[in-house]
Write a protein that binds this ligand. Structure first.
Ligand code: ATP
Length: 226
C-alpha cells in the first residue's frame, strides 16, 4: 500500500470503471473528489470483465495503458491493475475487501458518478460495500439524485448514511454516503466511441497522449457502435 495513506493522511479513494476509453469526465471526477474530500490518493481500478454490463470494446491491456497515460504526472493518482490481472469478472466488493485488508482502519472511499450510484442495487452484495468503504457520489449531467426520484432502497441508504459534510468521511473507516458536486461534463465513453467510429475528432475530450494511443493502435474504428 502506498505511503500516501499512512498516518494522518486523508482517505484513500477507489475509482473503478471500464475506461473504454478514459476521458476528462473521469479525470475531473477524480480531481474534484480529491479536493472536496481531501483525499490522500485516488486508485484507478480498470475492470477486466465487468460483471454489470456488456464487454468493453477494447482489450483490458489497452484500457489499462490508456489510464496509465491519462494519470501520468499526477502524484495523487495511482493505477491498480488487480481486476485486470484477475482475468475473470471482478466485483467491487472484492476489490474493496482487498484494499481494506491492506489499509487497516484507514478511511476508504468508493467514488461513483450519479449514474453508477442509481444502479447500485444491482451490484453484487451492494449493502456490504458500506461495511468496507464510504461512498461518494459525483453529480453527472442527466442523472438526478433527488431523494424523491431514488428507488426505495437507495432512498433509505441516503436517509441512514448521509454524511453531514464530505470532511466527515475522515472520522470513520467506512459507512457514510457523501454526495458532492463537480463541474458538469456531458462527456461519456459511449460518446467518444461513437465519435471515433464516425471518424470524428475526440481532441480535448481526453488527454492528448490517450488520443495519440487510440490513433496509433487504430482503436474504436469501423465497428458498429454499441
Ligand atoms: P460508458 O459511456 O461506456 O457507459 P462512462 O463514460 O460512464 O462509460 P465508466 O468507465 O463506465 O465511463 O465510468 C466510470 C465511473 O466514472 C462511473 O462511476 C461513472 O459514473 C463516472 N463518470 C464517467 N463519466 C462521468 C462524467 N462525465 N461525470 C461524472 N461521472 C462520470
Amino acid at each position: 500500500m502506498s505511503a500516501a495513506v499512512s498516518g494522518a493522511a486523508g482517505p484513500l479513494a477507489v475509482l473503478g470503471g471500464t475506461f473504454d476509453p478514459v476521458h476528462v469526465g473521469h479525470l475531473r471526477l477524480a480531481e474534484e473528489a480529491r479536493e472536496a474530500l481531501d483525499l490522500a490518493e485516488v486508485r484507478w481500478v480498470p475492470a477486466g470483465v465487468p460483471p454489470h454490463r456488456q464487454s468493453p470494446r477494447v482489450a483490458a491491456a489497452d484500457r489499462l495503458e490508456m489510464v496509465r497515460l491519462a494519470i501520468a504526472g499526477n502524484p495523487h493518482f495511482v493505477l491498480d491493475d488487480a481486476e485486470v490481472r484477475a482475468g475473470g469478472p471482478a466485483y467491487t466488493v472484492t476489490t474493496l475487501a482487498r484494499l481494506r485488508a491492506a489499509v487497516g482502519a484507514h478511511p476508504l472511499v468508493l467514488l461513483l458518478g450519479a449514474d453508477a450510484f442509481l444502479g447500485l442495487e444491482s451490484w453484487h452484495r451492494w449493502l456490504e460495500l458500506f461495511e468496507l468503504a464510504h461512498i461518494a457520489v459525483a453529480t453527472r449531467p442527466g442523472f438526478a439524485l433527488e431523494a424523491a426520484d431514488l428507488p426505495p432502497a437507495l432512498a433509505a441508504v441516503c436517509r441512514e448514511r448521509l454524511a453531514e459534510s464530505p470532511q466527515a468521511l475522515r472520522a470513520a473507516p467506512a459507512g457514510r454516503l457523501a454526495p458532492f458536486t463537480m463541474t458538469p461534463l456531458g462527456v461519456s465513453a459511449s460518446l467518444l466511441r461513437a465519435r471515433l467510429a464516425a471518424g470524428l475528432s475526440v481532441r480535448y475530450l481526453l488527454p492528448d497522449p490517450v488520443a495519440e494511443y487510440i490513433d496509433r493502435h487504430r482503436l474504436y474504428r469501423n465497428q458498429n457502435e454499441r
